[in-house]
Design a protein around this ligand. Structure first.
Ligand code: ADP
Ligand code: MG
Length: 352
């Protein structure tokens, strides 16, 4: 069952020309972790605020747990929606200790037990009497999450929760938040402009652009099979090539030869298309069909990011971004050969 549903929701702020959220429809299944991903200003926070009840839709309806909470003639205020929220700045009461922050406004009967349970869930047993300023950023975030979860919400909403955390803590908190939400069985909706956060934490990614949904899919689908140039460019670095759907209908012909391709959008053989090949989707190989000269290399520890100038069959040249395994030796000026990994070619649907 869908835990959260937006049906044709539109929201335009007074005095602005275009809608912040534009006829958006989305259904989120119970227990899933979903990230609204997109550039600044694309309407992510507004979508979250519409779910929470901090904004009213101009048109369309919002349903939580199958019940309408916002619509033409329905309005359920935020505190009666069963929605928890964790903000970027954690927003703890500075003068209250951890237990009082988590227990704030909980019914007196059973409060102590519920506080202890949720502190255990977020890994903060024994921190009851600490004050917020005595906690690290990651611990403050856990307290904020415990406070949200203590009320047994249907869904917890997170607006850019990783933005203020440094790189190591961010990676740790991504897996911690995922573990905690899964343990609680709570649906989580995150907002992020950071593709690596979205890929790491989500079951489902909703890529947004100009108040609309550009593509919805699992992290793997979004990364490997972007449907539009916008998604291909926004979610990681990619190479775009012109080509045609192959005669068998399940490959593409490019200047580099033929590559197997599963997602052809059922376009007929011969159709001119643009394909996206991620820098990670090439493999250096002395026997590879593509040949070029290394122009630039960047060693990142996890890979060598190389720019390779490739000579095309017609004599033209173009630069291709290729990621090589960090163990390999890739030196500027070298001639290298490589191939495209099968199935990692995505056809961009230019009709969208
Ligand atoms: P995001 O979270 O993706 O950065 P927002 O939902 O905050 O995007 O904003 C979407 C659009 O709505 C932007 O153009 C933004 O400037 C505008 N906007 C957001 N909040 C307000 C507001 N309170 N009043 C007017 N315009 C707003
Ligand atoms: Mg925002």
């Amino acid at each position: 069952m869908a835990d959260i549903e937006l049906r044709n929701v539109t929201k335009t702020y007074p005095g602005t020309a275009s809608p912040a959220v534009d006829d958006l429809s989305l259904a989120i299944e119970r227990g899933l972790i979903v990230t609204l991903l997109g550039p600044s200003g694309c309407g992510k926070t507004t979508t979250l605020r519409l779910i929470a009840g901090f904004e009213r839709p101009d048109a369309g309806s919002v349903l939580i747990g199958g019940a309408e909470v916002a619509g033409a003639s329905v309005w359920v205020p935020p505190e009666r929606r069963g929605v928890g929220m964790v903000f970027q700045e954690h927003a703890l009461f500075p003068h209250l200790d951890v237990a009082s922050n988590v227990g704030f406004n909980l019914p007196r009967s059973g409060r102590a037990e519920r506080v202890a349970e949720t502190l255990e869930l977020v890994g903060l047993t024994g921190f009851d009497r600490r004050m917020p300023h005595e906690l690290s950023g990651g611990q403050q975030q856990r307290v904020a999450l415990a406070r949200a979860l203590a009320r047994r919400p249907v869904v917890v909403l997170f607006d850019e929760p990783f933005a203020s955390l440094d790189a190591d803590l961010r990676i740790h908190m991504r897996s911690e938040l995922r573990r905690i939400l899964k343990a609680a069985g709570t649906t989580g909706v995150f907002v992020s402009h950071d593709q690596s956060d979205a890929l790491a934490i989500s079951d489902l990614i909703v890529v947004m652009r100009d108040g609309r949904i550009e593509q919805t899919g699992s992290p793997r689908e979004i990364y490997q099979f972007p449907h539009t140039r916008f998604v291909a460019d926004f979610v990681g670095r990619t190479n775009l090539f012109e080509g045609r759907i192959g005669r068998d209908g399940s490959s593409v012909e490019t200047d580099f030869g033929s590559a197997p391709c599963r997602h052809t959008h059922d376009l007929p053989p011969g159709t001119p298309v643009v394909v996206s090949v991620r820098a990670d989707s090439f493999e250096l190989d002395a026997e590879g069909p593509i040949r070029g000269t290394v122009k630039e290399t960047t060693y990142t520890g996890r890979a060598i990011d190389a720019v390779v100038e490739v000579t095309l069959p017609d004599g033209g040249k173009r630069d291709v971004m290729v990621h090589a395994h960090p163990e390999q030796v890739v030196v500027c000026g070298d001639t290298v050969r490589f191939r495209v990994l099968p199935d990692f070619v995505a056809v961009i649907d230019e009709q969208r």
